[in-house]
Write a new protein. Sequence first.
Length: 183
Amino acid sequence: MTPEDLLRVEPEVLAKLILHKRERISQSLPKIIESLGEEKHTAENLARKSRAEKEDLEPKVSNLYYERAKVVAELNDKFDTIKFENDEKDRFDEISEKLKSKQTSVENFNKILSEIVELCSKYGGKIEQLTSYKSSMKANDALSEIIDDFENAKNRWNENESNRRRIESKFTKLSTNLRDSNT
């Protein structure tokens, strides 16, 4: 249909066509809303399940990060009195900050820890005095086992929650359209 043809259509006919189309759409909305309601219910269950999984792992991961960082506090306490040469103190502080960071990967943690142990040993620090050294290493090993599961659970929850919100929005919009079409 060309624009000229549309201009020749009488307004009454055009209004009837629009009303008829609107009526047909409003008749199909309940079925669409029903199927979307089922999809919404499924999405809510998936989001709830993935959130529970994420929240189950979250405290474990936090505790392992905390346990892993204990060695840094102990290093700072025990070896605070060591007289480092030149910029070695700055290097010690920099390494300590890296060890405290949650951004430090599991693999890098072991390397950085051995680096700081070597630095302290160089100045007479006795690593055997550190009570949290072994527990930090164990925490790091345990963290290496569950960090991938935690990241996957977090990503799944983000995806499921995003999907749930999208479906919820669509459901609300269609329900509102149906309610408005009945008035």
